[in-house]
Design a protein around this ligand. Structure first.
Ligand code: COA
Length: 261
């Protein structure tokens, strides 16, 4: 197997599986991995062949054990600040990717690993997964979106409980409170992630990107402003070939073939 920090598996149907590849450090986010993941995301953002992106971790033990604490111990305070800024930017880049993303959580998703999963649109966890934000017990706070994305997903009371206590949740517990969309047996994780992706892969890519943008931007504003955002996002889909293709396919009683144009 390659020793590249991020493995990229492109499938014919447009599914792209990114694997964080530092299993010996439980896929912890070191500088090299963060740089590689950011470069990969940058390329995928404009890649019309890539329709749905799954992010998972190499090895059976961890999705991602968060920031690389060994690397961190060698950093000066300004270096820590710079690194956390890069980490936060990476999470924002994942969240802003103009295509659906799915975190396939195998094993530990702690700290930055949990925040990485929170930056994805959808999450599927293996039963044996362990999700948590341990930062307050490390003298810090979640610094890559955890204090912002977790309460938006679960509400403030649950988010505060999880962040204050650093409690770890199993895949089933995470599914029960809505932290992940689905839970599945450990050995079926990638298969179930592909099943989750399958009906998304047949949707129109520009429509997906605009639906994602409308939902995400709309969550931050009042309803009237959100309706304006929806209108603007809808308008982007009107001149597309894919919209006309869907109308033609309906008339001809066939499946549409979307090209992302
Ligand atoms: N940063 C750097 N190295 C890490 C790491 C991290 N976040 N998490 C694990 N590793 C390294 C361990 O130091 C160990 O290296 P070694 O073999 O050189 O000693 C190796 O990965 C395996 O870890 P180990 O603890 O033996 O594996 P485990 O499967 O028993 O436990 C964890 C895995 C993730 C529960 C445990 O390693 C852990 O608690 N890590 C820290 C997680 C954390 O607090 N993250 C939040 C940071 S803000």
């Amino acid at each position: 197997m390659s020793d590249a920090p991020v493995l990229i598996d492109r499938q014919d149907d447009g599914l792209v599986i990114l694997t964080l590849n530092r299993p010996q450090r439980r896929n912890a986010l070191g500088k090299e991995l963060v740089t590689a993941l950011r470069q990969t995301l940058d390329a995928l953002a404009t890649d019309v062949e890539a329709r749905v992106v799954v992010i998972t971790g190499a090895g059976p033990k961890a999705f991602c054990a968060g920031a690389d604490l060994k690397e961190r111990a060698q950093m000066s305070p300004p270096e820590v600040q710079r690194f956390v800024t890069a980490l936060r930017a990476m999470m924002d880049e994942i969240a802003a990717l103009p295509k659906p993303t799915i975190a396939a959580i195998n094993g530990y998703a702690l700290g930055g690993g949990c925040e990485l999963a929170l930056s994805c649109d959808l999450r599927i966890a293996a039963e044996g997964a362990s999700l948590g934000l341990p930062e307050t017990h490390l003298g810090i706070i979640p610094g890559a979106g955890g204090t912002q994305r977790l309460p938006r997903l679960l509400g403030p009371a649950l988010a505060k409980e999880l962040i204050f206590t650093s409690r770890r949740l199993t895949g089933a517990e995470a599914a029960a409170i809505g932290l992940v969309n689905r839970v599945c047996p450990d050995d079926k994780l990638l298969e179930e992630a592909a099943n989750l992706a399958a009906p998304i892969l047949t949707a129109a890519p520009i429509a997906l990107a605009q639906a994602k943008a409308a939902i995400d931007a709309g969550l931050e504003v009042d309803l009237a402003s959100g309706m304006k955002i929806e209108k603007a996002c809808y308008a982007v889909t009107i001149p597309t070939e894919d919209r006309l293709e869907a109308l033609a396919a309906f008339k001809e009683k066939r499946r549409p073939q979307f090209k992302g144009r």
